[in-house]
Design a protein around this ligand. Structure first.
Ligand SMILES: NC(=O)c1ccc[n+]([C@@H]2O[C@H](COP(=O)([O-])OP(=O)(O)OC[C@H]3O[C@@H](n4cnc5c(N)ncnc54)[C@H](O)[C@@H]3O)[C@@H](O)[C@H]2O)c1
Ligand SMILES: [Zn+2]
Length: 331
């Protein structure tokens, strides 16, 4: 899998022309974004890219834009605006815009050069890294997609200033996960600080990137990233993706996974208690907590379910995850 740069830099947006010049020689740039991000950042981006001819395609905010209809619409608009197969496509937005635009980039004209400028914390630490792009069907999330790497990812923590507390916490949940499975120092930082800087964003990305490099096509090591997600997905599915944000669902899921670890004498009760206190403090979970037994049926439909049970990620020590095989009677 070819390498690409991830620039993580406060006010890095100002250096966008420099990063573009390293990978792109033409003058036309097509940017897909959503209405919220467009409203907040259109002018700034236009000024910074003053030397370029910039075309915007703006979609509605929210998961509904990861659909075949919007995918079709975006491609039509790009073609109508004159896009050619060697033109650069930029995703400017959260994970929705990143996944949608990446999938457009991987398929329009059989693939065009693509860059990611993630603007939510979740997109900065998670969805913009790893090459997975795609859209949803009514039957399920991310059912159509591909692996498609950007030319570069530009992460500017300045974008987080306009993010709502809820969206911020959503990204923190994935960072807490990254700390628990792969970086003790990151986890300890998150225990005592409610804001993050370039440094912690870099640490979280590093956890994901290391696993992605070992396992680009998600066959093995990437599975560790699923800590908290088996139950998290079950919670999202059972509640029709409405009641809980992804970060909240995986927060309950992480606690369920830690609880199963405690039951199997792999995880210490103190770790469970500490993570629970942290997630309560960040508003990611509320008491009474959701319970494992209420989500068993959904787990059976999880794509990682193997028929005779499932491979499940637990954390035995902070910064160190482990795969255990669980039979249905085990949880
Ligand atoms: N490809 C992957 O590996 C991967 C990994 C994790 C998640 N995802 C996907 O990511 C998506 C979720 O991404 P998300 O949580 O970023 O949601 P999102 O893209 O819907 O963004 C959340 C909200 O924040 C707004 N927003 C974005 N940037 C902002 C800013 N700087 N200031 C103010 N508001 C801003 C958006 O308009 C939107 O309303 C899901 O579709 C999920 O499947 C993909
Ligand atoms: Zn996740």
């Amino acid at each position: 899998m070819p390498e690409y740069d991830i620039f993580i830099e406060e006010n890095g947006l100002l250096n966008l022309p420099k990063y573009i010049k390293e990978v792109y020689i033409f003058h036309d740039i097509y940017i897909v974004t959503d209405e919220n991000v467009y409203g907040l950042y259109k002018e700034k981006v236009e000024v910074i890219l003053g030397d370029y001819k910039v075309f915007f395609v703006v979609v509605k905010p929210g998961e509904k834009s990861k659909s075949l209809d919007v995918y079709h619409q975006v491609i039509k608009e790009l073609v109508q605006k004159g896009m050619r197969r060697n033109h650069l496509l930029i995703a400017l937005g959260g994970g929705v815009v990143g996944d949608l635009t990446g999938f457009v980039a991987s398929t329009i004209f059989r693939g065009v050069p693509f860059a990611q400028i993630p603007t939510t914390l979740l997109a900065q630490v998670d969805s913009s890294v790893g090459g997975k792009v795609g859209i949803d069907l009514e039957e399920g999330k991310n059912l159509i997609g591909s692996f498609y790497n950007p030319k570069f990812v530009l992460i500017d923590p300045e974008f987080l200033r306009t993010l709502s507390d809820k969206e911020y916490a959503n990204g923190l949940a994935e960072m807490i996960k990254a700390g628990l499975i792969g970086d003790k120092k990151l986890y300890h930082h998150l225990l005592s600080h409610d804001k993050v800087t370039e440094e912690e964003i870099t640490m979280a990305i590093q956890v994901k990137r290391a696993l992605v490099l070992m396992d680009p096509y998600d066959k093995k090591e990437r599975m560790y990233l699923n800590f908290g997600h088996t139950f998290g997905h079950a919670i999202e599915m059972k509640n029709k993706y409405e009641t809980y944000k992804h970060g909240e669902a995986i927060s309950y899921g992480m606690l369920m996974a830690l609880e199963i670890g405690v039951m199997h004498h792999e995880t210490k009760q103190e770790l469970y208690d500490e993570v629970k206190a942290l997630l309560l403090k960040r508003g990611l979970v509320k008491e009474p907590l959701l319970k494992v037994e209420d989500y068993r049926d959904e787990i059976k439909h999880d794509k990682k379910h193997l028929g005779n049970g499932l491979n499940f990620i637990i954390v035995d020590r902070i910064g160190d995850a482990k795969i255990v095989h669980l039979k249905e009677s085990d949880f």
